[in-house]
Ligand binder design. Structure first.
Ligand code: NAD
Length: 470
């Protein structure tokens, strides 16, 4: 057994470990009660405090807080509450002939003590969203939100301490060192949302205790615009999906692959759309937020300069203001592969646009990169959509729109390999925080008893017949 008694957080962990069976044996009604209390706090008591905190953190517009944070968690809670009773029922399964005399079922039991580490970009959704699944499955939970949105983390900490006892849910604020210390503890499950680089650190820490992991990671999400696409619709969606949260969205279109015949139409519609959404003076628009901090601002400004030095053409925007961590909505074409913009996840309001001639070329390009978290297709031709889906791999795909696949709780959400391991949301989130325990009960002697030792010639014949027929 691991000795973790000198760990800074051993006390909270031990309390939750001791309490895990009590929490794990609660009825669906008790769990729903907890979820409803969280819903009430989000919708009523803490709503304005959360909006204010997010404005202080990176000037996130109030409407975006309501839609992309509060609403998404509230909707998830409603869905879980109306289905939890069914999900917690024993799931009877069939019995093969050779096991006659037995009956079997699956029961979803909690994993135990769980750790949820969340990023800064959607701090409420990505902290409380997984918490909803963890509570539904009957776990105790330690939450570690990001240090980069300290105002939001502080309000969430207050909420958690008001709503839960420390031995069921605790929120620990702090820098990266806090995460590192927490990762030394033998959690039963770790749910991490963040970058692939840190995902690797989390997975190797988890390996020490064989803790199971869900890794919700990121990467570069391609957006393919076929010549058959309705350009105006594509642009309306892409501009919204890209500049929502200032481009700091894991499933934002990272770059656009547009058919060369529609490039000019795409660029001119794009310019018009940005102005329609954010006016000609985007900086003064209350609908467009800022980059979360200096480090990320400098990274993004440097990537614009790097692309310019490498002869890319700024089609729109391209300016920035360090005093306010402001990066203008930017569209850049002819970006060479060696540019940072094409090498790393952008995670900001800069959109490179590349042209192509054939769909084969697009497929080859996408498949030469890591598997994306999201792949978007704008096309009217069904066979084009089918070919792209069949010939590429991605965590999620949205056709003729973007980002909204996250909000359908009937769909699993998550990446594949570099973009993630495991799935979140709705029933998939519930299963992620549960162990599907298989239970078989023998109630009468069956054919298997005939095969117990000693192994006579008759039993050898029976074994051969079983292989052949059963
Ligand atoms: P990050 O990986 O830097 O940090 C995420 C969390 O990990 C934070 O709480 C941080 O404190 C902690 N952390 C950072 N370094 C650590 C270390 N060395 N050891 C242990 N813990 C550490 O990510 P971020 O900058 O907060 O978020 C941006 C990334 O998250 C992007 O790559 C984005 O695509 C991804 N993301 C993915 C999803 C998804 O649902 N798949 C959602 C949002 C963001």
């Amino acid at each position: 057994m691991t000795d973790y008694s000198d760990n800074k957080f051993a006390n909270v962990f031990d309390k939750q470990k001791a309490n895990q069976y009590e929490v794990g044996n609660t009825s669906y009604k008790t769990r729903i009660k907890k979820l409803k209390a969280l819903k009430y706090a989000l919708e009523k008591t803490y709503r304005q405090a959360l909006r204010d905190a997010m404005y202080k953190d990176f000037k996130k517009p109030q409407v975006e807080v309501d839609l992309t944070e509060i609403y998404l968690v509230v909707k998830e809670i409603k869905y879980v509450c109306s289905n939890l009773k069914t999900w917690l029922k024993k799931e009877k399964v069939e019995t093969p002939l050779t096991l006659l005399g037995t009956t079997s079922y699956i029961t979803y039991e909690p994993k135990g003590v769980c750790l949820i580490i969340s990023p800064w970009n959607y701090p409420i959704t990505l902290t409380f969203g997984p918490l909803v699944s963890a509570i539904a499955s009957g776990n105790t939970v330690i939450l570690k939100p990001s240090e980069m949105t300290p105002n939001t983390s502080a309000v969430m900490a207050e909420m958690v301490s008001e709503l839960f006892k420390e031995d069921e849910v605790a929120l620990i604020e702090g820098e990266v060192e806090v995460s590192e210390e927490l990762l030394k503890l033998p959690f039963n499950h770790i749910f991490f949302t963040g970058s692939p680089q840190v995902g690797k650190i989390v997975m190797s820490a988890a390996a020490k205790h064989l803790s199971s992991v869900t890794l919700e990671l990121g990467g570069k999400s391609p957006t393919i615009i076929h010549e058959s696409a309705a350009i105006e619709n594509a642009v309306k969606n892409i501009v919204w999906g890209k500049y929502l949260n200032g481009g700091q969205t894991c499933i934002a279109p990272d770059y656009v692959l547009v058919h060369e015949s529609v490039k000019t139409a795409f660029i001119s519609a794009f310019k018009k759309q940005v102005t329609d959404y954010y006016t000609e003076h985007v900086k003064t628009s209350t609908s467009f937020c800022r980059i979360v901090n200096k480090r990320h601002f400098e990274r993004l400004a440097a990537s614009i300069e790097d692309a310019k030095e490498k002869q890319a053409s700024v089609e729109f925007g391209g300016h920035y203001d360090a005093s306010d961590n402001y990066i203008a909505p930017t569209l850049i074409s002819d970006v060479p592969e060696s540019a940072t913009l094409m090498q790393e996840e952008i995670f900001g309001p800069i959109l490179p646009v590349k042209t192509y001639q054939t769909i084969d070329e697009v497929i080859q390009y996408v498949n030469s990169k890591e598997k994306p978290l999201a792949l978007y297709i704008y096309a009217k031709k069904k066979n084009v959509v089918r070919t792209i889906i069949n010939q590429t791999r991605a965590g999620t795909t949205c056709i003729n729109s973007n980002a909204i696949q996250f909000s359908n709780h009937y769909l699993p959400f998550g990446g594949s390999n570099n973009s993630g391991i495991g799935k979140a949301h709705g029933y998939f989130g519930f299963k992620e925080f549960s162990n599907a325990r298989s239970v078989l009960k023998k109630y009468a002697p069956g054919p298997l008893n005939l095969l117990f030792p000693p192994y006579t010639n008759f039993k050898e014949t029976l074994a051969k017949l079983s292989i052949k027929w059963f």
